[in-house]
Design a protein around this ligand. Sequence first.
Ligand code: ASP
Length: 586
Amino acid sequence: MFRTHTCGELRLDNVGEEVILTGWVQRLRDKGGMLWVDLRDRYGITQLTMEEGITPAGIMEQARNLGREYVVKVVGKVVERYSKNDKIPTGDVELHVSKIVVLNPAKLPPFLIEDETDGGDDLRMKYRYLDLRRTPVRRNLELRHRMMRATRDYLDGRNFIEVETPYLIKSTPEGARDFVVPSRMNAGEFYALPQSPQTFKQLLMVSGFDKYFQIVKCFRDEDLRADRQPEFTQIDCEMSFVTQEDILNTFEGFIKYLFEKVKGVHINKLPRMTYADAMKYYGSDKPDTRFDMRFVELNPLVKNKGFKVFDDAELVVGICAQGAASYTRKQVDELTDFVKRPQIGATGLVYARVNEDGSIKSSVDKFYTAEDLQAWAKAFNAKPGDLILILAGETDKTRKALNELRLEMGTRLGLRDKNVFSPLWVVDFPLLEWDEDTKRYHAMHHPFTSPKPEDIELIDDRPGQIRANAYDMVINGVEVGGGSIRIHDRRLQEQMFRLLGFSRAEAEAQFGFLMNAFEYGAPPHGGIAFGFDRLCSLFGGSDSIRDYIAFPKNNSGRDVMIDAPAPIAQEQLNELHINMKNLPKG
Ligand code: ASP
């Protein structure tokens, strides 16, 4: 028998038992006459104790020669500790060792394998298998596992069936670049890795599967950020004979179940916000609603008073930061610098402080009377001690910039607590988005999303105003999921492709299979997909999804542990009919 117990298992009840443990040597403390080893495995740490006069001399010597991360098997007797350690569950007991077997010695690890490590990011990525030994990293993956289980339980309990769909497919346009795989057997042809199983899950509805889900890898060749990876995991779902309302209710139930089961957090009914309101009041389609600080538009109050910046602006809009009137000149300057950063792009920041006596001091006192400023305060419902911050300019740009400022103020004022969860639905997204660069419409969600029936008549004259039966679930400013009711009618789908600039032949070549399927009895259907890695990081209280992926890629899309991507042998290239002549040698 390799072991009788794990390193996290022994308690006072076991005192007197002879046990066998296996694990890694985390730490050795040698006080001459006494020697302690912390033995670690996935389940915990147990203290091994050796003492001159009690432990056989050979064993003390053997223990002294153990190095960090040696893999050992020890036999010993469980005894009650003299000085207990209440920080670990096994802290009441220790093992008096009678035998040590080194199962495998180890090289000195390149960084400390403890909760607090001295290893930098790059080193820990290179030795990810060592980093994964650390308790906080392992806990993240344990959380991921629990979330996966709870997901399967919930969906299985509601008749969803898990079906795998292929990874070697044809391109699905979901807004990103495809990863492609050359085909050996079909010279000059390529598979694409799925950006999502979108078309397959719709086909499963045509096949009558009624309720489908899959916890599935998706691949998108995009520039990376903290919350993006080239391969990531979705909880992908589709349902037949449903309205948008049915889907929202089913997945509202899902998120509540997940919070309850995994975190013991009760979530109330999810509020719903239209896309138009989200943009108007938060400047974002993924508003962080942990705090209020809603936008107040000021156009009628501020125009025609001689302040050119406001007079020329399409939109003058602000927020009221409660209790921030005490901000110093320096702090306000910092905020001005913040909004003027090129990524944010505002040209300036106007402020108004509401003093304790109710009087108001603003940066534009020259143009506005005390009464004018009082009217502003009223519009914001500002109280003494509050700071009003105002931006002006072109509507979309100004809203976007104010969203950044709102989030920044939320952070500065401590309103974005990671232990508070504020989920909501954002609904009624526009169907299309105008792209200035290519001078054409793009599908805001994807080309399979159905327009709201009452808006279909706009399709020829004002396509930009069509709203979609599309929805996102947003939690704490993070889009955790999104989906739509789909088009299930060939004619409408053809019309949609035409609107998106596909020629008939292009649409047929790329999506003929789907449109043909629509002609063989496609049920009305719709679905949603959740970004599983993002959900995990949100539940775990981290900003990076990498912490929740066992073997993630770095910012350049590299796996530095296995060193991929990498060149391949000439022979492989030949087989794949790839001529590298014109490519830079890597
Ligand atoms: N396939 C979509 C996505 O990945 C989700 C959906 O519409 O169900 O965003």
